[in-house]
Design a protein around this ligand. Structure first.
Ligand code: NAD
Length: 481
């Protein structure tokens, strides 16, 4: 793998500009790789290759079973290269090697295997509507898919797009986030090993505004599958209108984690911590607003602030570490800016509250930070921080808790903690979010759809719902009269 090159039409080539940029290891602040700085001209070549592979190449014409076998093989190859994939992901993102190697990369492999099974199960319907006609529907691949992904789960969120796209017979151009391109490039080598025909999968690295936007504007791209910030998602939606291409948008969140007084307190404390501090809070579904029924507030906070001390911040490659550095200097400054804003608005810091000192003095480490006495109107409760910062908000009644939880422009995920089944199910219905966990947080499965309500976007990934976004339905009417 030569990280300075792009993967286009089945081969490696330098970007036409000849330029490269450095990716930075957020734990050491040192360069980890030189990566090709692609631009619009490279996108032009990659889209042409994907178009050709779709319009006249073998991929959409293979039997579904053969396509399924190759997609399955990709899952196998990911697992065979697990150590390297995990190391590259941690090097780029700062997430712990445990999270990359035990959670993210294996889940991505599972997504390929899950969609491999679907390749032979995509079908239309026969409708016996009238005597003189034979009518049926076909579900056909869309064509060229432009996949644009963020830096928090770089390879996992790529797999959510690439696997269903390939299983349905589409071709793909992937644009990884500028900060985290290494696993995408490694994966390109695996597609060669798996025998994916040339042009079916392409990777163009480079700045989002250039590479991503060129894909959005290109009329030869049939769909953009985007995961990222709400702001960039809105820009993509506006631009995509120019060619009316299909889009699915997985955007930001400010998810409520609601604890009722009758909850299993130990489990809820643990869930509150993993809800916000898993992957340093760089999780779109992070439970960043913790709602506590006022009766249990003080006890709960005592347990929470006690337990947060056990989250060891440090070198992501060290087994004892629970939280690595945030992804970049810029992201660290954004997070610290929000911590300042919280203090200024009168919220009370009860844990953390600044940069974490891990000894070396290097790295973008932020302390796991908890604010108490937050109201929904404060900036730290309204805006997505995308870092290890929790806002705690007390509430009085069930209705109050749900209404406050829903009082956000986002709607990606939520959790409720209670031993009362009826209360849990009522809350699960009433909360306006794409996923609601009951007595749990951050659980995912390749078969369960994931996506947003409101400004968290639209379209679902994973499950059969995820597959639908990669096919068009065609009606065929055969006149028999
Ligand atoms: P981002 O929106 O800045 O970037 C996402 C991707 O879009 C990157 O590849 C980037 O290079 C590209 N991009 C940037 N500007 C572009 C433009 N003008 N046109 C086309 N592409 C462009 O997001 P980020 O900072 O990488 O990731 C963090 C955000 O992603 C958070 O808001 C988070 O909530 C969201 N996210 C959502 C989900 C979900 O499933 N809903 C999952 C993970 C992350």
């Amino acid at each position: 793998m030569n990280t300075e090159q792009l993967f286009i039409a089945g081969s490696w080539r330098p970007p036409l500009s000849g330029a490269t940029y450095a990716t930075i290891n957020p734990a050491t602040e040192e360069a980890s790789a030189q990566v090709g700085r692609g631009d619009e001209r490279d996108v032009d070549l990659a889209v042409a290759a994907a178009r050709k592979a779709f319009d006249s190449g073998p991929w959409p014409r293979l039997s579904a079973a053969e396509r399924g076998r190759i997609v399955w093989k990709l899952g196998d190859l990911i697992m065979q290269n697990l150590d390297e994939m995990a190391r590259l992901e941690s090097l780029n993102t700062g997430k712990t090697l445990f999270d990359s190697g035990k959670v993210e990369i294996p889940f991505a492999a599972e997504v390929f295997r899950y969609y491999a099974g679907w390749a032979t199960k995509i079908h239309g319907e026969t409708l016996g509507l009238r005597e003189n006609a034979f009518t049926f529907t076909l579900r056909q691949p869309l064509g060229v898919i432009g996949a644009i992904v963020p830096w928090n789960f770089p390879f996992l969120l790529s797999s959510w797009k690439i696997a269903p796209a390939l299983a349905a017979g589409n071709t793909v151009v992937l644009k990884p986030a500028s900060l985290t391109p290494l696993t995408a490039l490694k994966f390109a080598t695996l597609t060669q090993e798996a025998g994916l025909p040339e042009g079916v999968f392409n990777v163009v690295t480079g700045p989002g505004g250039q590479v991503g936007m060129a894909m959005v504007r290109d009329p030869r791209v049939d769909k953009i599958a985007f995961t990222g910030s709400t702001e960039v998602g809105k820009g993509i939606m506006r631009e995509a209108a120019g060619t009316l291409k299909r889009i699915s948008l997985e955007l930001g969140g400010k998810s409520p984690n609601i604890v009722f007084a009758d909850a299993d307190m130990e489990a809820a404390v643990k869930g509150a911590l993993t809800g916000i501090f898993y992957n340093k809070g760089e999780v779109c579904a992070a439970g960043s607003r913790l709602f506590l029924e006022d009766k249990i507030h003080d006890d709960f906070m005592a347990k929470l602030t006690d337990r947060v001390k056990t989250l060891k911040v440090g070198d992501p490659m060290d087994k004892a570490t629970r939280m690595g550095p945030v992804v970049s200097k810029q992201q660290m400054e954004t997070v610290l800016g929000y911590i300042d804003a919280g203090k200024k608005e009168g919220a009370r810091v009860v844990a953390g509250g600044g940069r974490a000192n891990v000894g070396s003095g290097k790295g973008y480490f932020v302390e796991p930070t908890i604010f108490d006495g937050v109201t929904n109107r404060m900036k730290i409760a309204r805006e997505e921080i995308f870092g290890p910062v929790l806002s705690v908000i007390p509430f009085k009644s069930i209705e109050d808790g749900i209404a406050e939880g829903n009082a956000t422009t986002y709607g990606l995920a939520a959790a409720v903690w209670t031993r009362d089944v009826a209360k849990a199910l009522k809350a699960a219905r009433a909360i306006r979010a794409g996923t609601v966990w009951v007595n749990a947080y951050n659980l995912f499965d390749a078969a369960l759809p994931f996506g947003g309500f409101k400004e968290s976007g639209f379209g679902r990934e994973l499950g059969s719902a995820g597959l639908e976004h990669y096919t068009e339905t065609k009606t065929v009417w055969v006149d028999l009269s």
